[in-house]
Design a protein around this ligand. Sequence first.
Ligand code: HEC
Length: 257
Amino acid sequence: MRLLSVTTALVCLALLSGANAEEKLSMSDADKAMYTEMLENNPAAMEVAEGEELFTSLIGQAAYAKMLGVKEKDLPKTIANFPRFVKPAGKVVTLSQTLQMAMADVGKPVLKLESKEVVKMTAYVKSLANGQKTSIDVKANPHMKEMMTLGQSVFEERRGGRGLSCNSCHSSDVIGQRLRMQPLPDLGAKETAAAGTWPAYRMTQSQMVTLDKRMQQCMKNALLAEIPLGSKEMVALEVYVTNKTKGNEIQIPGLKR
Ligand code: HEC
């Protein structure tokens, strides 16, 4: 095992960019200034507001709460608990998937997980839980236990041309090192707060992105076949990554590099 992780670290080191990578910061001073300014005035706030309009006209809080089988006043604490087992789905689902379920329930056409509308509505609905702590419970039932186990194995599975796994870049022995000038983030760290900060505005992409989409971007960068949004493996990955930062405060929309 030890040997394996040393190999992993070497693979990652081999990926680290040029000799002066250590000297450069992940963000230039100008970028940092922009980041600080955007923290005050997150461009995604408008998209969240659009998400509210869409959600209100397509579904509405009453119908949404009814579909989830909870009282409207309990929505924030329910939302903080995702991904979770949802009875009418018969499986563990993400917040975005519950929006699809609710659209079907009220007889509206079901929009794709990839659509801008679902991303905006997901951000709005999650923002209803702003200030709450993420409270995923991976031991709540056998479904959650199964998804947690699956999520961990997907996270650790080495795939693709370079034989990398998520763990190759996000395990405790490599986090903090740099890859093409970007520090490898500790997904369990308070500053990263992955679970509570997605959907987030990505400055490098000038758009709001969901956590599963962000994970697909890592797959793409590392030449791993992209796991489809909404698939069992992707939901399991979201369970696993969300559990790493369980207890962090929800602050939607997040702001990321
Ligand atoms: C080749 C290295 C590498 C691999 C492999 C990799 N990542 Fe990443 N990941 C990164 C880097 C670097 C960043 C931060 C980039 C930045 O600052 O924008 C990141 C960021 C992330 C983030 C966002 C953290 C946050 O909230 O700010 C998540 C979530 C994530 N990765 C999940 C995954 C998952 C899941 C996998 C496996 C499918 C994976 N990563 C594979 C290098 C990697």
